[in-house]
Design a binder for this molecule. Structure first.
Ligand code: HT7
Ligand code: ZN
Length: 859
């Protein structure tokens, strides 16, 4: 496949100010007639040839200015027409088969309903069109179809006409007044029911809100609706952004490649991010729904009103929108807990990406298949980069920057550079060097030394940005580090400072410390970097107890455990050192358990041990089973040593009745955490407690938590509870996904055999992405099972990729990165992982998606 380079961007030769689409709907043969008003683009190098992208389309008829036209040609999937004048009307008719569209890109069928997914390049699977985000058009859509099969007919914007025919068909016409790129087009036709509400904007306009789901699911839309209304209000208050249509529709669909899609006025969601009630959704599900509903709504400004010039600018909308949804969720609940969760995701998903073969800058320089660049780097690191601008400018000045950005670029297809310039101008910042965050891949590493002499503490910071594919040499970044120095005697600091590291090495001197101070650095995770600080256990315990920055407190706990486990995995600990390390961790955990000033949600964060993937990141040529075993051994030791405290905690939290309050949610979080530690120490007792929690559960958080623990144990309660769960929720696809992922992600020694058996289960299907993710992505993240020393886990994933690729290349490609981590693991496993990648690469007809990921992973 050709490589597309950012440097080759050229403005479109032809613009399409208006498009009319006419659909004759049917599940297996939908006729699409598109009529485009095209105009030569004065701002581009004049070309007489109009290129209309197509993917698998056959033109039935081509008209130019109303006349049949035969002088057109195909190039690959694209239709090319030489045009004599500066403005023409082009009509093309095609017929597509939504039922056969298993890729779920373009127009496809899901449970008898028709729906679209056009980002990034799905529109070209529906109609011939310049399918690039810098071609903005006003859309008029007419659709007609069988009324009994498709009673609801939706598209972007406003409904303008409706009618019925005697033959049982009906039609609807929609008009979207806001010019938009083709990736924001949407159409839905199906048998759906709506829950409705309204929102009055700050200027007094009433917006009708509707969430469309399959009959029977309406009762589970309340949380999504509340989240939508809260998002609309928040965006007005915090970013000054008001909604701009009279209608906002959401449709939930069970078969969906991603989480959701921000189509103008007609968001389409994976059911997973809409449907919730206490019996079927966990607290984490509730949070995810709130965050994704907000994210898609916020795109209305950061993505739709101001869109991307080209797909290299994806982080312009995604990084900024993730930051906005993170800020929103922080405001809706506990800000410190939200920050910790966001950093945990970044470290688990983005840090490994940044240190592996698929590393790329948040604004990539080249791609073969853009779907492969919807990554944690573009999304989550992109958000961190903009968050650093808020740290440098302060929130008020940052808001001046975003106001200027929206004002300058409203209605345009903009670049990341446009965004940075607007923040620079609006917030009054100099971001010249800061721009390197957009260009350089790799997680910067900051080595810290703190030297105390006389009354002066001298802090020296050295930064290195590791080499990444195509970028062997790096320049120093701008790294804003919120920092405090604690006085050991008082347990207090004298005020936080923002140290901005811009050179490869810089020092700062702090006077007036009779004793060496304790350093708290990168507070709030102000920069997405890896800090290497040789802190003693004593200092980390001090910070875990005294730091007034909640993130820094969490970080000290993590660091305490990371230092211990890394040394243990590397075989550097004597028995005495192992004992001392464990005791330090045990004491810190006991202090957290006993601290009356902590709320339970935050207490839970402080008690969660660093994950295996984050630990493995710290160790070159790691043996993943050693990480797994050492971490489990520590859990077991903590389970035994603090056994009474875990039992008390489980009893205390089990007495708290269900509600969505922070207190009750905190209790549920701790309840299962206590079980997790107890299970590592005494399987029999944990199984009894877990079974009791399962049986008493009146909500999914407790039930899933108990089943998760049981799934990891070799105990008779395991099979009973799994069978009960399956029977109880049979037919509820989202809950059956949980049933698959609990088994695929379990600590059970035979988890790999369970995955093989589940792949043959009647409920398993390769055509539903949620089900594939529940089984295989969960399995690939389960280091204990996936990294089986004989390579069985690698083979299982490679088999899946090859089976899935012809069905859904997009989802298949998302399963490749776990195999691409081969350079990071010990040579025996590295060879086995490589062999599976080579086996995939040898298959001739791979999708462009999988081909690109496998090739990059082998380089
Ligand atoms: N902007 C949306 C991206 C998306 C997507 C990308 C590739 C393949 C399928 C997809 N569905 C949605 C989602 C978002 O970031 O809001
Ligand atoms: Zn997004």
């Amino acid at each position: 496949a050709p490589v597309i380079n950012r440097a080759d961007y050229r403005p479109p030769a032809w613009l399409v100010p208006e498009i009319a689409l006419d659909f004759a709907l049917s599940l297996d043969a939908t006729r699409v007639k598109s009529t485009l008003k095209v105009e030569r683009n004065a701002a581009a190098d004049g070309s007489a040839t109009l290129r209309l992208n197509g993917d698998g389309l056959v033109a039935q008829e081509v008209l130019v200015d109303g006349q049949a036209h035969n002088d057109w040609r195909m190039e690959g999937g694209d239709l090319l027409i030489d045009l004599p004048g500066d403005a023409h009307e082009i009509s093309v008719e095609t017929v597509i088969n939504p039922a056969a569209n298993t890729q779920l890109s373009g127009l496809y069928a899901s449970n008898g309903m028709l729906c679209t997914q056009c980002e990034a390049e799905g529109f070209r699977r529906i109609a011939f069109f310049p399918d690039r985000p810098d071609v903005l058009s006003v859309y008029s859509v007419r659709m007609a179809g069988d009324k009994s099969a498709f009673p609801v007919l939706l598209s972007n914007g406003n409904p303008v006409a409706a009618g019925e025919a005697a033959d049982g068909t009906h039609l609807a016409e929609w008009h979207d007044p806001w010019p938009k790129p083709s990736y924001l087009f949407a159409l839905v036709a199906g048998d759906l029911v709506a829950t409705r509400d309204q929102f009055v904007t700050r200027s007094g306009r009433t917006v009708d809100l509707a969430i469309y789901v399959r009959a029977g699911d309406e009762a589970r839309t309340g949380h999504a609706m509340r989240s939508l209304i809260a998002s609309m209000k928040w965006d007005e208050e915090v970013y000054g952004r008001e909604y701009d249509l009279d209608l906002f529709n959401i449709v939930a669909v069970a078969d969906f490649n991603a989480g959701a899609m921000e189509n103008k006025g007609l968001n389409i969601f994976n059911t997973r991010y809409i449907l919730a009630d206490p019996e079927t959704a966990t607290d984490a599900d509730y949070d995810a729904i709130e965050g994704v509903v907000a994210h898609e709504y916020f795109h209305n400004w950061s993505g739709n009103r101001v869109t991307c010039r080209d797909w290299f600018q994806l982080s312009l909308k995604e990084g900024f929108t993730v930051l906005r949804d993170q800020q929103f969720s922080a405001d809706m609940g506990s800000a410190p807990v939200k920050r910790i969760e966001d950093v945990r995701i970044l470290r688990a998903a983005q840090f490994p990406e940044d240190s592996g073969p698929l590393a790329h800058p948040i604004r990539p320089d080249s791609y073969q298949e853009i779907s492969n660049f919807y990554t944690a780097t573009v999304y989550n690191k992109g958000a961190e980069v903009i968050r650093m601008m808020t740290v440098l400018a302060g929130l008020d000045r940052f808001r001046k920057g975003t106001d200027l950005y929206f004002e300058r670029h409203d209605g345009e297809a903009a670049t990341c550079e446009d965004f940075v310039k607007a923040i620079e101008d609006g917030a009054g910042l100099d971001l010249a060097q800061f721009r390197r965050w957009y260009a350089q891949a790799g997680t910067p590493r900051v080595d810290v030394s703190l030297v105390h002499e006389g009354e002066t503490a001298t802090l020296t910071l050295r930064q290195t940005v590791p080499p990444t594919p195509g970028q062997p040499e790096k320049l120093p970044m701008v790294i804003p580090l919120r920092t405090a120095l604690f006085d050991r005697a008082t347990g207090k600091h004298r005020g936080e400072e923002l140290l901005v590291l811009t050179e490869a090495e810089q020092s700062w001197a702090f006077d007036g410390f009779a004793q060496a101070p304790v350093l708290s650095i990168n507070r709030g995770f102000s920069a997405p970097v890896a800090i290497r600080s040789p802190s003693s256990n004593e200092d980390l315990v001090f910070l875990a107890e005294h730091d007034d920055d909640p993130f820094a407190r969490y970080e000290a706990m993590q660091q305490l455990v990371v230092q211990h486990l890394v040394a243990a995995v590397e075989g550097q600990l004597s028995d005495a050192e192992r004992d001392a390390g464990r005791r330090a961790i045990g004491d810190a955990i006991a202090a957290v358990l006993a601290d009356p000033a902590l709320d339970d949600l935050m207490r839970g964060e402080l008690l969660i041990l660093p994950g295996e993937s984050y630990l493995a990141e710290q160790i070159p040529a790691v043996d993943p089973s050693r990480v797994h075993d050492e971490r489990e051994a520590l859990k077991g030791w903590l389970g035994t040593t603090l056994g009474a405290a875990w039992r008390d905690l489980h009893d205390r939290c089990s007495a708290v009745p269900y509600s969505l309050s922070a207190e009750a949610r905190g209790a549920r979080k701790l309840k299962t955490l206590a079980l997790v530690f107890l299970a590592a120490a005494d399987a029999g007792e944990a199984a009894r407690r877990a079974k009791a929690q399962y049986d008493a559960a009146d909500n999914m958080t407790d039930r899933q938590g108990a089943l998760m623990v049981l799934c990891g144990l070799e105990t008779p309660e395991r099979a009973t509870a799994l069978a009960d769960f399956h029977d109880r929720f049979a037919g509820n696809m989202l809950v059956i996904d949980k049933w698959f992922s609990l088994q695929a992600g379990s600590l059970h020694p035979h988890a790999i055999d369970h995955v093989k058996a589940l792949a043959e289960h009647a409920d398993f299907t390769l055509t539903n992405p949620n089900r594939v993710r529940a089984l295989y992505i969960t399995f690939a993240a389960n280091a204990g099972a996936f990294h089986a020393a004989d390579g069985e886990g690698y083979k299982l994933l490679a088999d899946l990729i090859l089976q899935l690729d012809p069905i859904n290349g997009n989802v298949a490609a998302r399963c490749v990165p776990p195999l691409g981590r081969w350079r990071k693991v010990e040579p025996g496993r590295a060879k086995l992982m490589r062999e599976q990648l080579e086996r995939i690469a040898a298959v001739p007809d791979l999708s462009r998606d999988v081909r690109e990921q496998v090739t990059r992973s082998l380089e």
